[in-house]
Design a protein around this ligand. Structure first.
Ligand code: HMG
Ligand code: MG
Length: 308
């Protein structure tokens, strides 16, 4: 890395989080039919990955208790990957019953958050995930691993980049094809992106990384720009800026997909995603939630929006 700015990627993969990270943290629940319509609208946008729901405990996340109905109800568009969150063997069994083809396991770089979020230590989570990832890969599923609290923990404060790299490498060794690096509470700044990515680059190939920024303090786009300059080319975002994690006090939504697309397309980076259509999906789900999206681009005049 040596502080050298890389050529910007020509194309970026955008992973949509709205139906999962978004809806898990909305106080108002929407019914399965509304979720299905929302995901079907997102499927028409060109997004390559749409995280669909979570097979977690309905006591932990009541908003996504209808995971089976939603997953089996959506129209699966050829070429689009529809991952679901799986925290344990029970979740994996439920996901399999629903016929999922892509899963995401999730842990964190800090012990306190891991405990509050999934009631396990980091070591325990890796032990629980090992057979799940092995079986999923043997069945030809696509597997992602999340590392939360990579830029700060709501309970422990600062988190060492070396710890982020260590947990990420363990998930990669289990067989996770992509590792998503979460700024769960949206505290990161671009200098930290450099520190975290530099530590990660020593542990695993950067092509396997995705960056998952929450925009709690308005730094997500600056962080994306820093990551692009380091050669990263996969980013998570949620339409309209929905979302957050209920086990991270004060966490707000993911970086909005509209805002990410505007930045990327303006920089001449292709995504294959139609910003106008994402906006229509955000309009639909916002009406159901009776809230105005936080996305700045959603709220701005559309004549400036480029396709990508
Ligand atoms: P636990 O209480 O230790 O689990 O929770 P347990 O095994 O003792 O089971 C307790 C009860 O839950 C039992 O039911 C189980 O059957 C049931 P009871 O006997 O009491 O009736 N249960 C389940 N039910 C359905 N599906 C399951 C399941 N597992 C157990 N999979 C557990 C441990 C992991 C289950 C729980 O803590 C949990 O579900 N946590 C999920 C929390 C969550 O979803 N958080 C948000 C996602 S992470 C995130 O947003 C961050 C991310 O976006 C990246 C970033 O931003 O950093 C990914
Ligand atoms: Mg998140």
């Amino acid at each position: 890395m040596n502080g050298v700015v890389q050529a910007l990627p020509k194309r970026v993969k955008v992973c949509e989080m709205g139906p999962r990270d978004g809806l898990q943290n909305e106080a108002r629940s929407v019914d399965a039919a509304t979720k299905i319509r929302y995901i079907d609208l997102l499927s028409e946008t060109g997004l390559p990955v749409i995280e669909t729901t979570s097979f977690v405990s309905p006591k932990a996340i009541p908003q996504l208790a209808d995971a089976y109905e939603v997953y089996t109800g959506i129209a699966k568009r050829t070429g689009v990957v529809y991952p679901v969150l799986v925290p344990n063997a029970k979740g994996f069994a439920r996901a399999r019953e629903a016929g999922v083809r892509a899963i995401a396991v999730f842990t964190a770089a800090s012990e306190s958050f891991t405990k509050r979020n999934i009631n396990m230590s980091i070591d325990e989570s890796i032990a629980v995930f090992a057979p799940i990832v092995r079986e999923a890969r043997a069945e030809g599923m696509w597997v992602r691993g999340y590392v939360s609290t990579c830029f700060g923990c709501p309970y422990e404060g600062p988190v060492a980049p070396s710890k982020v790299a260590q947990v990420s490498a363990r998930l990669a060794e289990l067989g996770c094809q992509e590792i998503s690096i979460g700024d769960t509470i949206g505290v990161g700044t671009p200098n930290q992106v450099l520190d975290v990515v530099t530590a990660l680059a020593r542990a695993l190939p950067l092509e396997r990384l995705a960056m998952h920024f929450h925009d709690t303090r308005g730094t997500a786009l600056a962080n994306v720009t820093a990551a692009l300059q380091l050669g990263l080319a996969t980013f998570d975002s949620s339409s309209g800026g929905l979302g957050g994690c209920p086990y991270a006090p004060g966490a707000s939504g993911n970086l909005a997909t509209e805002d990410l697309l505007y930045l990327l397309h303006g920089m001449g980076i292709e995504t294959g995603v139609d910003l106008h259509r994402v906006r229509e999906a955000s309009r639909f789900i916002s009406a159901a939630l009776e809230k105005t999206p936080t996305s700045k681009v959603y709220l701005a005049p559309e004549r400036w929006h480029k396709t990508g």
